[in-house]
Ligand binder design. Sequence first.
Ligand code: SAM
Length: 274
Amino acid sequence: MMEQKRKDNGVAAMAVCYEKFDPAAYLQYNYTPPRADFERKDSIVPWKLACLHRAFTEGDVSGELLVDIGSGPTLYQVLSGCEVFNKVLLTDFLDVNRQELKRWLRDEGGCNLDWTPYLQHVCKLEGRRPSEWTEKAAKLRQVVLDVVPIDVHCSQPLAPDVLPPSGADCLVSCFCLESVSPDLPSFTRALGHTRKLLRPGGHLLLIGALGESYYFAGPGVRIPVVPLDEAQVCASLKESGYTLIRLEVYTLPPDMRVGVDDVTGVFFLKAVNQ
Ligand code: SAM
């Protein structure tokens, strides 16, 4: 009883931190140079895009439906997957983030980030001309079914009937679970909740922060993060019922440490639900 209350309080405190999440500031801090410098191989965003491109094109990830867990205000994480899956579902806890994504999907203007260089870069990874980015943008707009609410701390993170009974064929999730969980057990439970959304044999592509204890999601909006190491990520994955296929680690060069968080590295992993 006491233990349950402590868990609930920790999760509730995280939800309060997110009330002041500012999508425009978050995009500016993390998705512009130097962190998103497409001229540099050691910039963090090109590294993430290369991991996702490889994971989606190795041939083992397939099916109809891709679900992105905790999309936030960003689209980069589905730019490779939208070529493999006919249906993509975006999700986030916050309405401000869901609205940011919907503005781009409806092509209505007023977006806080121009995704063109991202679309061009992924076209290049796919062996296409950067000028084909408009086709990729159209493809993404065509395959995204919706942007729906999610809470990874609930044992059923999505509303009933959002997914087919068999579940999604693939999940992608970037910088969500560790940055919404008050502690390691909560991170592990959230990972377990996501597994319920995935069909047996389906894949999880997970990107997250290593060694991070906070990040800023706006001026003065300091959000606590569970500092993770690789061994903890692998143990949580196993405890949640996933089987690891591959883990890759990126270490932040000094000039990517721009004062918006204390992250030291990033992990990318591919796992399977079996
Ligand atoms: N995926 C994006 C990225 O790669 O930059 C955003 C990551 S951001 C650090 C964390 C996201 O988790 C935010 O968009 C936030 O709204 C969302 N979030 C907060 N609480 C959540 C919860 N309980 N369940 C799912 N997502 C949550």
